[in-house]
Design a protein around this ligand. Sequence first.
Ligand code: C2O
Length: 571
Amino acid sequence: MVSYYVQGLVLLLATLFSLVSAKVQYHHFVVQAVPVKRLCKTVNAITVNGQFPGPTLEVFEGDTLVINVVNRAKYNVTIHWHGIRQMRTGWADGPEFVTQCPIRPGGSYTYRFTINGQEGTLWWHAHSSWLRATVYGALVIRPREGIPYPFNKPSRETPIILGEWWNRDPVQVIRQAARTGAAPNVSDAYTINGQPGDLYNCSQQDTTVVPIDVGETHLLRVINAALNQELFFSVANHPFTVIGADASYLKPFTTNVLMLGPGQTTDVLISGNQAPGRYYIAAKPYQSAQGVAFDNTTTTAILEYESLVCPPRGVPKPTPIFPPLPVFNNTATVTAFTNKLRSPRRVPELPVLLEVEENLFFTVGLGLNQCPPNFSQNQCQGPNGTRFTASMNNVSFVLPSNWSLLQAHKFGIPGVFSVDFPAQPPVQFDYTGNVSRALWQPQSGTRLYKLKYGSRVQIVIQGTSIVTGENHPMHLHGYDFYILAQGFGNFDSNKDTNKFNLVDPPMRNTVGVPVNGWVVIRFVADNPGVWLMHCHLDVHITWGLAMAFLVEDGVGELETLQAPPIDLPIC
Ligand code: C2O
C-alpha cells in the first residue's frame, strides 16, 4: 500500500516538473506518393514529406509532440508512434479501426501526446494495410536537459533503419494475397536508411555511407522497420556494446551480431578504433519458419572513416570488409543474444515480485481455412487448396470497419466488439508437437479482453507448430512490459516458473516468441484505453494474429482516458 502512495507522489512530482520544463514540438506530415528509384526501377512510393525514409523526430524526454498529418495519398492512412506509452492519450496511438478511423484521402488529423519516462530509440509508421512498407521514420528520445546518458556520451549518433522494399505497390501485394488466400509475394530487397546497398542491381551509387572518425564513440540507433522479416545485423570489425532496446536502457554487454524483429529497436555503441578504412554494415534474414519462401538477400551500408585517404581520381575506393553473419535459420545465435538482455538495475517490485491478478495464457500461430463453398479455386491458393489464417487462442482477429474499437468503447456503441477473448486456449493440446488437423482452423471474431485499471498482468505467450512453428515478434500497444523468461517447447507452469528472472528482467514493447517456444511477460494495466497486441510481421496481422485489451478507467482524472480530440476522424 505504502509503495502505491510513494509511486503516486513520485508520479505527481514528475508531472509537475514536466509541466514546468515541458517543450512542445509542432510537426507537419504530408503523406503522399512520390517517384522513388530503387533496383533499376522507378515506382510511386507513398512517403511523408517526400522523404524516404520519412523525417526523424528528435525529442527530449518530457516533450509534447503535436503532429498534423495530411493525407494526400490515394489510400486511407493512420500513423502509429511505435512504443510511445500514450498515457491517457490512446486517441493518438494510431492503429486503424483500433484507436481511430482512418484519415481518408484529402483528410487530416492531429496527433498530440507527451513522452514520459522513455529514453532511447522508437519509431513511427503507418498502421493501415501495408503502407508502413514505405511510411516510416525514426523517433529519437534524448534525456531531458541536464540529465546525462547513463553511458559515456557518444560523439556522434546515427539512426539505422532497416526496411523492406517491393518493386510493386505493397498495398497491391497484400490485396492480391487476400484475394488468393496464398502467402504474399516476398520483397525484392532489404534496405538500410532507404537504400538496398552494393549487393543489389543499380544500387551501388546510392549505398548509405555512415561516417566515423578515429577515436570516436558512435551511437547507432538500429530500428527494424521491415514488414515481414526478422533480421540479423552486424558491422565488420566493430563489435557492439548494447545499451538499450525499445527506449529502455539495458545492462551493457558486447556482441558481434544483433537480431531484431520488426518493431524492435536496439541502441549500440561502436568505437572508431580500427584502421581508417571502409567496413560493411549488413543485415540479412533470420527465418525460423520451415518450408516458406522468403527474400534471402543481404542489405549493406558502409561505415567509412573520415580520415580515409582517398585514392586518386578514377581509382575506386577500397572494397569494404564484410562482417560474418549467421545463416538464416541460426536460432542458437538468437537465443544467446536475447538471453543477454537485462535491465540495468533491479526492477521496482511492481509488477514483478507481487502476485499477478491476471494470469493469461495466449497461443499464437498460423492456421489454414478450408476453402469456403462459395469460393473459387483461385481464391484458395494456400497449401492444398486452403487459405492462410492466423490466430491467438484460436481467435482470428477481425478489425471493425464502421467504428474504431476505442470510439465504440467510449461512446458505448453496441455490436462492434465483445469482451470475451479467452484467458486460456479453448482446447489444450501439445502446442509444439504434431497438432491434429482438426485444430488448424480458428474462429474469427472481434473479441477483446477486459482489464481492471491497475491490475497486474502476466501473459505466457505460447507459439504453436500449426502449419509451421515460427518466431513471432509480439508487440503490445500502449505499454512496455518486463520479459521474465523464454524457452522452447510447451510452457510448463510447474518447472518453468523457476526460470523467471525476478531481479533484472529487460523491458520492451516487442518480444520475439521463440520458434516452437514460449515467453512470459508482465505489466501493470495503468493506461486506460483499447490496446492492440499483435505479431509485428504484417503478413500475420493481416491473417488475424492479433487481439486487443480494453483497459478500464481508474479513479479520478489522472486514471481516466482523455476526451477524444475534436478532429478525430469518423468512419
Ligand atoms: Cu509498430 Cu501495431 O505496431
